[in-house]
Design a protein around this ligand. Structure first.
Ligand SMILES: Cc1cc2nc3c(=O)[nH]c(=O)nc-3n(C[C@H](O)[C@H](O)[C@H](O)COP(=O)(O)OP(=O)(O)OC[C@H]3O[C@@H](n4cnc5c(N)ncnc54)[C@H](O)[C@@H]3O)c2cc1C
Length: 345
């Protein structure tokens, strides 16, 4: 068994989903047919999709189906879906835009709850509250920039829901490219459904934010909405940053339509760069089946068409083993591995 970060990372999601493998949903439920009518009745009028493809719901466009999928558009629906899954002891996973995950080829045994909780409300002056399923870009960023409110505009072009952005402490370079801007800098408060089943409003300190980190990695709290305090700025200035950031990203990042990906695969190594290490080991552009290490940015793995999760995992292993052997540095995946990957080697 591995004892490094890779295995730990796996376990984060295994905890949340409780039983990542096997056809039985829980000890009490022996088959999907048993649970299906009860789930449908409990969740009505929400539609419960059965054997639902997950690949189209991820930016990697890889992975097998979920036993069940339900899309929730309000905080109450999200709470109901979570309570139902818990009550029926069905493993669940909360999906946002699917931009920071790799789904296993055998899919997900249980119910995937797609967070589409909507709503953008401008409060007094410079504050905005957004539902957890709101797309950061274009929806929330365009709305705030149009009102001359700065702070979220730095994250233009990054695929993410509001909930996913807090999970990860979304970040990008400041306009002068001399520092990193984090979403925690503009977050004022958030409404959560805690892992204990309570609805509470918490402030930014609750999240214990770090680089690619928040308390949500350790607690199964769910973000229902977030309130941001922004800074009034001339619209033209904001648009200039938006334009420049999109151009910067275009030059370095794969176009998701041509090269589906999950963004950076490995965590940042301060002052060195995970991508640079992979590049120095001669792996830039290396292809395995339908997956490949992106030719312009070695910390990104892309789906060239028909890639499997197993192929991506093989490339991740290759990069980690090669970099460890040739440079002594350890690469730790920053993406989450969701569902059934079969037996770990
Ligand atoms: C091309 C590309 C470029 C990228 N560039 C950047 C970048 O510059 N900076 C950066 O920071 N990231 C970047 N990323 C990574 C990604 O965009 C972020 O991690 C994003 O915040 C993921 O949000 P999501 O909604 O897709 O979450 P998902 O991938 O769907 O889920 C990620 C995790 O968040 C949890 N989650 C989702 N919603 C909630 C909620 N409401 N409450 C609690 N937990 C929740 C999920 O359960 C899961 O554990 C990039 C990704 C891609 C594909």
């Amino acid at each position: 068994m591995r004892t490094d970060g890779f295995e730990e990372r796996w376990n984060v999601e295994a905890r949340k989903t409780s039983t990542p493998t096997g056809p039985g949903l829980s000890s009490g439920m022996t088959s999907l047919d048993d649970i299906r009518p009860r789930l449908e009745a409990a969740l009505a009028p929400l539609l419960v999709e059965v054997d639902a493809p997950l690949a189209p719901l991820t930016t990697f466009r890889i992975g097998g189906p979920a036993d069940f999928l339900v899309r929730v558009r309000t905080a109450d629906e999200l709470e109901r879906a979570l309570r139902t899954a818990t009550e029926f002891e069905v493993p669940w996973f909360l999906l946002g835009h699917g931009a920071n995950i790799l789904v296993g080829d055998a899919g997900f045994r249980g119910i995937v709850i797609r967070c589409e909780v909507a709503g953008i409300d401008f409060l007094d002056g410079d504050r905005v509250r957004a539902g957890a399923g709101v797309e950061m870009h274009p929806d929330l960023i365009n709305a705030t920039v149009a009102r001359g409110l700065g702070g979220l505009h730095h994250f233009v072009g990054i695929p993410s829901t509001v909930g996913g952005a807090l999970w990860q402490n979304l970040h990008f370079l400041a306009p002068a490219r001399d520092r990193t801007v984090f979403i925690e800098e503009v977050l004022e408060s958030a409404e959560l459904l805690t892992e204990d089943g309570e609805r509470v409003t918490v402030d930014v300190d609750y999240f214990e934010f770090g680089y690619d980190k928040s308390v949500l990695h350790h607690r199964a709290d769910i973000v229902l909405s977030a309130t941001f305090r922004l800074t009034p700025q001339p619209v033209e200035e904001l648009r200039e940053v938006v334009r420049s950031n999109l151009e910067w990203r275009d030059d370095r990042h794969p176009d998701l339509w041509l090269y589906p990906s999950a963004g950076s695969i490995f965590q940042k190594i301060e002052g060195i760069g995970a991508g640079r290490l992979i590049d120095e080991c001669g792996l830039k552009g290396h292809v395995h089946g339908g997956a490949g290490i992106f030719h312009r940015h070695a910390n990104i793995i892309v789906n060239h068409g028909g890639a499997t999760a197993a192929e991506v995992r093989a490339l991740i292993d290759l990069a980690r083993e090669t970099v460890a052997r040739e440079t002594g540095h350890e690469l730790t995946p920053e993406i989450s591995f969701i569902g059934d990957f079969g037996v770990l080697e």
